[in-house]
Write a protein that binds this ligand. Structure first.
Ligand code: PMP
Length: 458
């Protein structure tokens, strides 16, 4: 976190395989003008990612204009679940563009009708209302608003408590950051809402106590009475790990929410649409949420997000009073429908589940070679992470994570910048269309990069 990649071109070894090709110094000298323009005109916050100027991306590969090709283990940022630029998605977008309907606000459209109907069909029974938005942050903001509105409706104006989790991430807007628990990101929030609190997330690594009692004790310490809680929102797996909570914890949480009339909200912005080996990540816990927030992987391309829930909650606002300018934009809706159909019809969740053993087996093998600097290795389906730590201690090492990502970039394996509260996690999230062969090739490259980074720190 907070680091930027050097954009001085460096000689790197030539690479030529089925999935990767590196034939220029990196960053490619001819791309410098674009990189420099971006550095001049965009805020510094936009400089986090490896300096490859994307020209096109197809299936599991990203290309620049200068003959280089990367095996992509980022999916953008967990967006292209159905593969980059897949023909079905492109065709749907082109057909929609050619139809002449590019925007219609909240006026009805067939595209929106088809998409919300399809999404409701994918959701658990009873969750049959879908509100479309544009970004993940909007979806989580909307869930907070709905939960509180429902709380007030059922329990009066005291029932507005909202519980998030430490190290949780729900977006970068005001409500999303208040509900989230990322250290260092809240300094700008002046009037911190006392009714929005965070409790420890039971990841079993940074928080060793994974007992549900911890949830209740923590709420009590924060002065929030159970019956004042309107909603509890968690990432289905915490993106920083990725970390899943123990099943017993989540089942106890679901019971607790039911007993106290609080809505259980799963933020599936990352976990949804096959990423974890199931259509929805919460299926691993065997519970049913009251609200689902989704985004990213829904379209594998254009911006689209939303909230799914029961009519009782979703219908709280009267006609015209809960809207969004770009809700279900017809081009985005057509792209999402095509992406979802591909995920379902080609069983990409099944592919993620089948490849989990290969990916996790390979990553654990890398960890075993470096137990002193890879503190934790977690994952499910086709999302995984290596937490880099200072040699022999449980202290995050963002520099090592960054060094490994940079070395992989030079070798033709693309990650986004390390994530996590301290930037210590090397996150693995290839498109769900990836083959076993490409997973194995990526693992070999990653292993080599970790070996080198540990031997000769960058
Ligand atoms: N929730 C989760 C779990 C996320 O991972 C993200 C984005 N990384 C968001 C919400 C926010 O999504 P967006 O960037 O589209 O606002």
């Amino acid at each position: 976190m907070g680091k930027e990649f050097d954009i001085t071109p460096r000689e790197v070894c030539r690479v030529e395989t089925k999935y990767r090709r590196i034939v220029t110094p990196l960053p490619a000298p001819a791309s410098l003008e674009t990189l420099e323009t971006l550095r001049r005109v965009e805020p510094i916050s936009m400089r986090g990612q490896p300096p490859v100027v994307w020209d096109k991306a197809e299936d599991v590969q990203v290309y620049d204009r200068y003959g280089n090709m990367w095996l992509d283990w980022s999916s953008g940022v967990l967006v292209t679940n159905a593969g980059h630029g897949m023909p079905e998605v492109r065709r749907a977008i082109l057909d929609q563009v050619n139809s002449g309907l590019l925007h219609n606000y909240c006026f009805p459209s067939e595209e929106r009708a088809q998409l919300v109907d399809y999404l409701a069909g994918l959701a658990p029974e009873g969750l049959d209302k879908v509100f479309l938005l544009t970004t993940g942050s909007e979806a989580t903001e909307n869930a907070i608003k709905l939960a509180r509105t429902f709380g007030i409706e059922k329990g009066g104006k005291e029932k507005v408590g909202f519980v998030g989790f430490e190290r949780g991430f729900h977006g970068r807007t005001l409500g999303a950051q208040q509900a989230g628990g990322m250290p260092g990101q809240k300094g700008w929030i002046v009037n911190d809402d006392p009714a929005i609190v965070q409790v420890p997330f039971p990841d079993g690594y940074w928080t060793e106590n994974v007992d549900f009692d911890c949830f209740c004790t923590s709420l009590e310490q924060k002065g929030l009475a159970p019956d004042q809680v309107a909603g509890v929102m968690l990432e289905t797996y915490q993106g920083v790990g990725p970390d899943f909570a123990p099943m017993e914890y989540i089942r106890a949480l679901a019971e607790w929410c039911k007993a106290h009339g609080a809505l259980l909200i799963f933020d599936e912005v990352q976990a949804g649409f096959g990423r974890t080996g199931r259509m929805w990540g919460f299926e691993h816990y065997g519970v049913r949420p009251d609200l689902i927030c989704f985004g990213k992987g829904v379209s594998s391309s254009l911006p689209l997000s939303g909230v799914i829930g029961r009519a009782e909650v979703m219908d709280l606002y009267p006609a015209g009073s809960m809207t969004s300018t770009h809700t279900g934009n017809p081009v985005c809706a057509a792209a999402a429908l095509a992406s979802l159909k591909k995920i379902v019809e080609e069983d990409l969740a099944g592919n993620a589940a089948r490849l989990e053993g290969v990916l996790m087996g390979g990553l654990r093998g890398i960890q075993e070679q470096h137990t002193d600097v890879i503190g934790n290795c977690t994952g499910r389906g086709l999302v995984a992470g290596l937490q880099m730590v200072k040699r022999g201690v449980k202290e995050p090492d963002p520099d090592l994570a960054f060094d490994v990502v940079e070395r992989c970039f030079h070798k033709g394996l693309l990650f986004f910048a390390p994530v996590g509260s301290w930037g210590q996690t090397l996150k693995i999230s290839p498109p769900l269309t990836i083959s076993r062969e490409a997973v194995e090739e990526g693992l070999a490259v990653l292993g080599e990069a970790v070996d080198e980074a540990v031997e000769v720190p960058g």
